[in-house]
Write a new protein. Structure first.
Length: 106
């Protein structure tokens, strides 16, 4: 899950509008940067509204993020099929992203 997903940007004028636009563009770029073969191996972790630049986390927030990551990993590995992944990606037949999501969830 993207760090800013679900969080709206407060716009007060042209500067905050540009900052929000820039943040949105960076998020989209980061999401598209992941190569297809790595996308299916990526575990999206809900960030609970905490930004990657929130360096002064409380112990509660830190533990909540840890639990969020652990739950996401456990859910991912319940459906992960490594043999299927190897058969698909080590033989050079690329999948579209919609098919990749199916690979993880099925």
């Amino acid at each position: 899950m993207e760090p800013e997903e679900g969080r709206s940007h407060t716009i007060h004028g042209p500067i905050t509008l540009l900052a929000a636009l820039f943040a949105t563009m960076l998020e989209a770029h980061d999401a598209r940067y992941i190569a297809d073969h790595a996308f299916v191996r990526t575990i999206p972790i809900p960030t609970l509204g905490i930004r990657t630049t929130d360096f002064e986390l409380s112990r509660d927030n830190s533990e909540a993020l840890y639990a969020s990551g652990r739950q996401a990993a456990e859910a991912f590995f319940q459906h992960w099929d490594f043999e299927r992944y190897k058969g698909q990606y080590r033989q050079g037949t690329p999948l579209h992203r919609r098919e990749q999501v199916s690979l993880v969830r099925n």
